[in-house]
Design a protein around this ligand. Structure first.
Ligand code: NAP
Length: 300
């Protein structure tokens, strides 16, 4: 069985697993606490020790469901690295959904996440989405307060473009350790925006969310998706892979900015297949074949 290795993010950054288990969909998995604990144990056994959460995920909150499972085996906390995110405020009666990167909201969000997860610290905190009203000095102040209080060890961003990341970095002493972004063959917009080149230049490894386009790769019946699926299926045979999932993970990891895929499945076998994709070689021609199928045209 392939084992997922650890890598170091950024200079003096945290050690995390090369694949990350995402917990956005945890509330839909219909698991009791014991089943959630077994799932966590299974991915940790495979080397997938890093987990991705966010304040906003789930109703009931996925962080609380995860915390209930962790309570059954508190020693597990030392074996995992927890990422969470802050900054999205849900709509409520009379108020629209909005972003907030104010110092008080960042600190309050982290304190709630810690309570829900039943832990004293987050390994990494990400600003979930770029806030149009972001005051970078204020965010830097929040990060400093959280670090000094021992509540967060490292910081990063999510869905930021190059200018937004560069602005926030300019106010910080420590490097932002990642930018968590959507990366998959269905939506190539981010990959084509120049952001990956910017991250490669600064040696910031992105974390890739929705590698399988949230499952659309499997169930979307459009002509474009059928064309992509046919190409992926041919590559399953060429690469002796066991599934389309594996081909897509290999496609994402082939990119020179060295993205770290976040697994979205709550299925142990699919999680293990993602880990096995770590040893799947993909040629440049095969990589471009997926891109061409996704865009519906070859490169010039
Ligand atoms: P994804 O891997 O693109 O999609 C996961 C979905 O695909 C699940 O519903 C899964 O169902 C289904 N699936 C996987 N393999 C399948 C197969 N072979 N056949 C049919 N369905 C299949 O990932 P995602 O959940 O959208 O995102 C992954 C993680 O990224 C999230 O958990 C979250 O942590 C993070 N994320 C971050 C952001 C951000 O803004 N920073 C945004 C979105 C997500 P099963 O569970 O049944 O396998």
């Amino acid at each position: 069985m392939t084992f997922c290795p650890k890598i170091q993010l950024a200079h003096d950054g945290p050690e995390i697993s090369k694949l990350i288990q995402g917990y956005w969909r945890l509330a839909d998995w219909d698991m009791n606490s014991q089943q959630r604990l077994s799932f966590i144990e299974r991915h940790v056994e495979s080397g997938v020790s890093t987990v991705d959460h966010a304040f906003i995920y789930g109703d009931p909150a996925c962080e609380s469901l995860f915390g209930e499972a962790l309570k059954l085996a508190p020693q597990l906390r030392r074996e995992i690295e927890i990422i969470s995110k802050c900054g999205i405020v849900s709509a409520r009666p009379g108020k629209v959904a909005h972003y907030s990167s104010s110092k008080s909201d960042i600190v309050a969000s982290v304190e709630t996440s810690l309570k829900r997860l039943g832990t004293d610290y987050l390994d990494i905190l990400l600003i979930h989405r770029p806030d149009f009203l972001m005051d970078a000095d204020e965010v830097a102040g929040a990060f400093q307060a959280l670090k000094q209080a021992g509540k967060v060890n490292h910081f990063g961003v999510s869905n930021f473009d190059a200018a937004q990341l560069s602005l926030l970095q300019s106010r910080l002493d420590a490097p932002l350790v990642t930018n968590q972004i959507e990366l998959n063959p269905v939506n190539t917009q981010v990959a084509e925006s120049g952001l990956l080149e910017y991250l490669q230049e600064r040696r910031i490894r992105p974390m890739a969310w929705s590698c399988l386009a949230g499952g659309r790769v499997f169930n979307d019946t459009s002509t474009a998706m059928q064309r992509l699926r046919n190409t992926l299926q041919l590559l399953v045979h060429e690469l002796s892979a066991s599934s389309i999932d594996q081909v897509i993970y290999a496609w994402v990891m082939k990119m020179p900015s060295q993205p770290l895929p976040i697994i979205g499945s709550g299925n142990v076998r699919r999680m293990q297949e993602a880990v096995a994709a770590l040893s799947l070689p993909m040629s440049r021609e095969q990589w471009y074949r997926v891109l061409s199928a996704a865009r519906g045209r070859d490169v010039d």
